[in-house]
Design a protein around this ligand. Structure first.
Ligand SMILES: *Cc1c(COP(=O)(O)O)cnc(C)c1O
Length: 375
């Protein structure tokens, strides 16, 4: 059996090695390492893929979120509503800007922010909602956009885990996640569904003025070279990464299908086992399975994790401590929150290997080990 890994970026690379290698060498030969045609072409292709009017590449997904908040004019003292059950980057950037993250509950089935909890948390200081499409499942964007409209709030989608997910509204309109809110943010961290060979990120928007602002902020606030109108930062996607991403973007739909096929296999293998809750898939979106995450009932998740590790099955807990319980947020009243769903999930979730290169022999082995512990 081929070695088991949470992600297998090496085998994936070898399948497109010739194309990638020549594109990288072409960038080296051009010596245009920052900006230029390769980066612009990738941004154009990603915008086309996502159905977004503007895509502005940047250095990583964390920067994308920070730049989004800056471009929307969020400032110290403002509040943004976000889930606590997420990767820390989503909320860290708010805190960094002096914005108060207001942590709310997630839905126990989808792992995504609960729209009702958003409404309950709105105050006169609320400026934005930051839903996270966790593990690749879309948040309830139809309800979230309606709440935002009603209360005049911005929506920044954290699409780092769900690039390519198609979300269907009740009127039949289909939009890709990341193109629904005022701004969409994504990450090209190597293990993400569209992974670079280093760091990368992108910001998307339909709004021309906002796009201008985002471009400016990502480039030291300059309107033209050496004229700096606003305080910005330095956040660029380099040309080598853009060249690689442009090739991988053409594979993305195939990558998503491979992940979904792997998810189907696990679903089938675990069917009927009362201790295992397999990932829920709402019919209005196309779960892209950045993670395949189980909820374990009536058994110790930690003991299962330890057992799997001993048996050579990689597994991860995303995430072992929710944001509101991180020391980082002590000063933001983190410990005063009461988020029972979040705590409940934190104790029960476990993610199994899922990627584009899994074969049935590997999946058979992994699921047998999970079942042998729980049976
Ligand atoms: C990966 C990730 C980020 C941050 O992306 P980086 O490129 O690592 O900075 C933000 N939010 C979520 C949900 C992520 O999974």
């Amino acid at each position: 059996m081929r070695p088991l890994q949470m992600v297998d970026t090496k085998t994936q690379y070898h399948k497109i090695k010739n194309e990638v290698d020549s594109a990288v060498i072409a960038v080296l030969e051009s010596s245009q390492f920052i900006g230029g045609k390769v980066v612009n072409d990738f941004a154009f292709h990603l915008a086309e893929y996502q159905g977004s009017k503007h895509v502005i590449p940047c250095a990583n997904g964390t920067d994308a979120l920070q730049i989004a908040m800056m471009a929307l004019g969020l400032k110290a003292g403002d509040e943004v509503i976000t889930p606590s059950f997420t990767y820390i980057a989503t909320v860290e950037v708010a805190a960094l800007l002096g914005i108060k993250p207001i942590f709310v509950e997630v839905d126990k089935q989808t792992f995504c922010i609960d729209p009702q909890a958003i409404e309950n948390a709105i105050t006169p200081k609320t400026k934005a909602i930051v839903p996270v499409h966790l593990y690749g499942h879309a948040a309830d964007m139809e309800k979230i956009m309606a709440i935002a409209k009603k209360h005049n709030l911005f929506v920044i989608e954290d699409n780092a885990q769900a690039i390519g997910n198609k979300y269907q509204f009740t009127d039949g309109t289909i939009k890709k996640t990341g193109s629904i809110g005022h701004i969409g943010c994504t990450s090209f961290y190597p293990s993400k569904n569209l992974g670079a060979f280093g760091d990368g990120g992108a910001i998307s928007t339909e709004d021309d003025l906002l796009a201008e602002k985002i471009r400016m902020i990502a480039s030291h606030g300059q309107s033209k070279r050496y004229y700096h109108d606003v305080v910005g930062c330095n956040s660029r996607l380099d040309a080598v990464q853009a060249a690689i991403l442009d090739i991988k973007l053409k594979q993305l739909d195939g990558y998503i299908s491979a992940r979904q096929k792997a998810a189907d296999f696990y679903d089938q293998a675990f069917k009927g086992n009362k201790k295992i809750e397999t990932p829920y898939r709402a019919t209005n979106n196309n779960h892209v399975f950045h993670q395949y995450t189980l909820i374990i009932h009536d058994a110790s998740r930690d003991e299962l994790s330890q057992y799997l590790t001993e048996q050579g099955v990689p597994n991860m807990i995303y995430y072992p401590v929710p944001a509101h319980r991180q020391k980082m947020f002590d000063a933001f009243g983190g410990s005063e929150y009461h988020l029972p769903n979040t705590d409940w999930l934190t104790e029960r979730v476990i993610s199994l290997p899922i990627h584009t290169e899994l074969d049935e022999e590997q999946q058979q082995f992994i699921s047998e080990k999970v079942l042998s512990f729980l049976n």
